[in-house]
Design a protein around this ligand. Structure first.
Ligand SMILES: [Zn+2]
Ligand SMILES: [Zn+2]
Length: 366
C-alpha cells in the first residue's frame, strides 16, 4: 500500500476516526468508523497526539484480547503497541518540566511502555518498564489500532531519519524486546548465543541483532522453511529440534563446552530445560518466551557450581528502543512482514491463534 500521510508542520485533526475496539475480553471486535479523536484542547500535560500511519500486531495484543494474563486492561480497549506515525499536536508540558523537544511532524514510535513516572528507583535506573506507575499502550491506555492516538512526550521513540514507518513498527516491540534480551546476557564479541525459536516473529529479529552485535549464533527451530529463512541472515549453525538431541547438537557445535548464552524466545517449556543443559559455566539463560503456566526447573547444585545466570527480560527502556531502531535503520536487521488494512485485525488474530501467520503483520492505519 502507498503511504499517503507524511510529515507536515500542522495537521487537520478530525473529530472522529477509524479504530478497532473490543468492549469485552474475548468479545467481538468492532471496526469503528466514527471513534472519537482526542482534540488538542483536551490533551493533558505531557500528552501528545500522534497520527498513526502503521501498526504492528504483536502476540501480546492477542493475549490482551483473550484475557490470558493475571492483569486487568482498560475496557473498551483500542489495542496495539507497535505504532509508527507523526507527531500531530503536542500538549502542554508537565508542571516544572522543560517543553518537549519533539516537533509537530516528527516521525515517532508508540511502544508497549507508554508512560512512567521517571522519578522512582526503577525509572532512575533505566528500568522504566518496571515502574509501578507504568502505562502500557493498547492495554492500560488505548493503543495504535486507530488513526489518532494519545501518547506521552517523554516516552515516544524518535524514529531514525528516512527509516520507513512500516519497517519501524515491528522493531518497536519485537525488535526492542530481543535486542534488550541479548544485551542482558552481557557477552563479548565472538561469544556463542543459542536462540531457540529462531525462525519465529521474535527469533528472526534476535538472530539478526545477535549477529549485528558480533556474536556467533546457533539457531534452533524446525523445518526446511525456517532453516532457509535463517540461512538468508547468514546463519550456518541450525539445529532442528524435531530431529535429534538438541543439547548434544549444541555441545558438538561448541567443541563440547556449550554456549555463553541462550535467548529463549520459543514459548515451549522444553527450550528452557535444554538451555540449562547446554550453557557453559557463567552462561546466561535469558527468558523471553512465555510457556503457558511455565516454570523453569533449574537444579540448584548445578546452577551454583556452574554459576549460571537466569534472567527475565521484559521489553526495553527508551534508550534500548533508540538503539534497536538505529541498528535496523543501518540495514543490519530486516523484518519479514506483510501489510494489511487496519480493518483486517480480527482476521489477523484468528490466523495468529491458528498459528498460520508467516512473519509479522503490519496494519495500514491511513
Ligand atoms: Zn509486543
Ligand atoms: Zn517510575
Amino acid at each position: 500500500m502507498v503511504q499517503t500521510i507524511f510529515s507536515q508542520t500542522s495537521y487537520e485533526i478530525p473529530l472522529t476516526q477509524k479504530a478497532v475496539t473490543f468492549a469485552k475480553t474475548h468479545g467481538p471486535h468492532t471496526i469503528e468508523t466514527a471513534w472519537p479523536v482526542t482534540q488538542p484542547k483536551d490533551l493533558k500535560p505531557g500528552e501528545v497526539l500522534v497520527r498513526v500511519v502503521y501498526t504492528g500486531v504483536c502476540h501480546t495484543d492477542l493475549h490482551a484480547w483473550l484475557g490470558d494474563w493475571p492483569l486487568e486492561n482498560k475496557l473498551p480497549l483500542v489495542g496495539g503497541h507497535e505504532g509508527s506515525g507523526y507527531v500531530a499536536f503536542i500538549g502542554p508540558p508537565l508542571a516544572g518540566a522543560e517543553p518537549s523537544t519533539l516537533k509537530v511532524g516528527d516521525a515517532v514510535g508508540i511502544k508497549w511502555l507508554a508512560d512512567s513516572c521517571l522519578h522512582c528507583e526503577e525509572c532512575n535506573k533505566g528500568y522504566e518498564s518496571s515502574c509501578a506507575k507504568a502505562q502500557n499502550s493498547g492495554f492500560s491506555i488505548d493503543g495504535s489500532f486507530q488513526q489518532w492516538a494519545v501518547s506521552y512526550a517523554a516516552h515516544l521513540t524518535p524514529l531514525p531519519a528516512g527509516f520507513p514507518l512500516e519497517a519501524a513498527a515491528p522493531i518497536l516491540c519485537a525488535g526492542v524486546t530481543v535486542y534488550k534480551a541479548i544485551k542482558e546476557a552481557a557477552l563479548l564479541s565472538g561469544e556463542v548465543v543459542v536462540i531457540p525459536g529462531a525462525g519465529g516473529g521474535l527469533g528472526h529479529l534476535a538472530v539478526q541483532y545477535a549477529k549485528a552485535m558480533g556474536y556467533r549464533v546457533i539457531a534452533i527451530d524446525s523445518g526446511a522453511e525456517k532453516e532457509k529463512l535463517l540461512a538468508s541472515y547468514g546463519v550456518t549453525d541450525f539445529i532442528d529440534y524435531m530431529k535429534g538431541d538438541v543439547v548434544k547438537a549444541v555441545n558438538d557445535l561448541t567443541g563440547g563446552v556449550g554456549a555463553h548464552a541462550a535467548i529463549v524466545v520459543a514459548s515451549g517449556a522444553q527450550a528452557y530445560e535444554q538451555a540449562l543443559q547446554y550453557l557453559r559455566p557463567h552462561g546466561a539463560l535469558i527468558c523471553v518466551g512465555m510457556p503457558p503456566n511455565g516454570d523453569i526447573k533449574a537444579n540448584v547444585f548445578w546452577t551454583v557450581v556452574k554459576s549460571h545466570r537466569i534472567i527475565g527480560s521484559y521489553v526495553g527502556n527508551r534508550q534500548d528502543a533508540i538503539e534497536a531502531l538505529d541498528i535496523a535503520a543501518a540495514g543490519k536487521v530486516h523484518t519479514t512482514f506483510t501489510i494489511e488494512d487496519l480493518s483486517a485485525l480480527p482476521s489477523v488474530f484468528e490466523r495468529m491463534k491458528a498459528l498460520t501467520l508467516n512473519g509479522r503483520i503490519v496494519l495500514d492505519c491511513q
